[in-house]
Design a protein around this ligand. Structure first.
Ligand code: GLY
Length: 403
């Protein structure tokens, strides 16, 4: 079966090579003009802030057309500061560093947040990129303290970090005890980083154990993943396999698959354990041999939505997958070209008029057509700050590969 998937992957790559060769736009043009576009759009957003005299952290567009801004405790609060860091990296212009520092430092209190698991996203995208690019010692302390806070959510008898609390709100209504979502794989990057910075191996050990437990319980035989696994807090056993943001419990929610491929790629980078890379490769085979993966490689919001093709695409899933594929291409010499070609094709799609906003429109977000959560009737077919963040990250990775 695996051989068949690999064959299909190879033929998909061949098709992609054929269909993405665009004589008008070279790879370097796409990078250069995307950087120029991003600088102008995000520059306009900074001008709005300066005019209001406020530091604002955009997340998406509300139904009434206004911009929805993050408060520091929202899971999406790290992405706009992170996008500013990537603009600094892509342009070398210190003005982006100044803006990135200001926005990053609005998240100072998150290092002590223990009531949800998303601090990895929030602090690694902001302070993590900031530390990577500046080696500011104060940022290092924030990253280590955040890892301590995240570690309080590790449940040793389960071998995983608890994602959401289950004592109130809609999570309590679902009757969960210890819900762990596939998204949580993304928070591991902060733990690996904190181990290297502090020398405290416990953070890395927690990350590896979480990745192994997720490997065991979150995946189906075809390598697609469930969104939520609920564990028994006493016995540590799986109670149920469900969804929160997907079409159904047994469906493949597109962003969940994206978090999974990205998460296992980063686990391989940090551990060199081949089982993690094998999982990332198997997820790639699942995605790119899927009969409902569209020709432009921007997935529908859920691969099993019964309304396909009359439903929404999710550009956020595409951006995360592209960024992961660029990194995977550096680990897989024999498939490097095919993974990079797939990633390039996604980036070409996202940079096209079909997904990229017109200059001065889209409330200054870069990309259109992402989906937050259809079951919660929230953020449907809108721009999302994490789509822009992973698009810029993918541009950095693409540029580094092509230099
Ligand atoms: N981590 C939440 C989401 O992917 O929507």
């Amino acid at each position: 079966m695996n051989q068949i998937l690999k064959l299909v992957l190879v033929s998909t790559c061949m098709l992609s090579i054929f269909s993405c060769s665009n004589p008008k736009t070279s790879s370097k043009d796409i990078i250069a003009e995307s950087i120029e576009f991003a600088s102008q759009q995000i520059g306009s957003e900074i001008e709005i802030m300066n005019a209001k005299g406020e530091l604002l952290n955009p997340r998406t567009i509300e139904k009434d057309g206004s911009t929805r801004y993050n408060t520091p405790e929202m899971w999406t609060s790290g992405f706009f500061p992170g996008s500013l860091w990537y603009l600094y990296e892509l342009t070398g212009d210190n003005k982006w560093k100044t803006e990135a520092e200001k926005l990053t430092e609005t998240l100072d209190t998150i290092q002590y947040l223990t009531w949800h698991h998303d601090v990895g996203f929030m602090v690694n995208c902001s302070y993590g990129n900031g530390y990577r690019l500046t080696e500011n010692d104060a940022y290092k302390k924030v990253i280590i303290q955040t890892a301590k806070s995240l570690s309080t959510r590790f449940r040793p008898n389960i071998g995983a970090i608890q994602s959401w609390n289950s004592n109130k709100g809609w999570q309590a209504e679902r009757g969960w005890q210890c819900p762990v979502i596939i998204d949580n794989m993304m928070n591991l990057e902060l733990l690996f980083e904190a181990s290297k910075l502090s020398g405290d191996e416990s953070f890395k050990n927690i990350a590896v154990k979480h990745a192994e437990t997720t490997l065991e319980n979150h995946f189906r035989p075809d390598h697609s993943c469930y969104h939520v696994i609920d564990y028994d807090t006493i016995t540590g056993q799986v109670r149920s396999k469900q969804t929160a943001q997907g079409y159904s419990d047994e469906s493949a929610w597109a962003r969940g698959q994206a978090w999974a491929i990205y998460g296992y790629t980063l686990c391989f980078r940090e551990t060199h354990d081949p089982k993690f890379l094998t999982k990332a490769e198997n997820i790639a085979a699942y995605l790119f041999s899927h009969p409902r993966m569209p020709e432009d490689l921007v997935p529908y919001w859920d691969f099993d939505c019964k309304d396909i093709p009359n439903t929404y695409r999710d550009a956020s899933a595409a951006a995360v997958i592209a960024s992961a594929l660029y990194e995977m291409s550096t680990f897989c010499p024999q498939k490097a070209e095919s993974y990079k070609t797939l990633a390039d094709k996604i980036i070409n799609s996202l940079a096209s008029d079909a997904y990229r906003a017109k200059l001065g429109e889209n409330n200054n977000f870069l990309l259109m057509h992402s989906v937050g959560s259809i079951p919660h009737n929230s953020e449907i077919d809108v721009p999302l700050n994490y789509t822009d963040y992973y698009f810029l990250e993918a541009l950095v990775r693409k540029r580094d590969l092509e230099q």
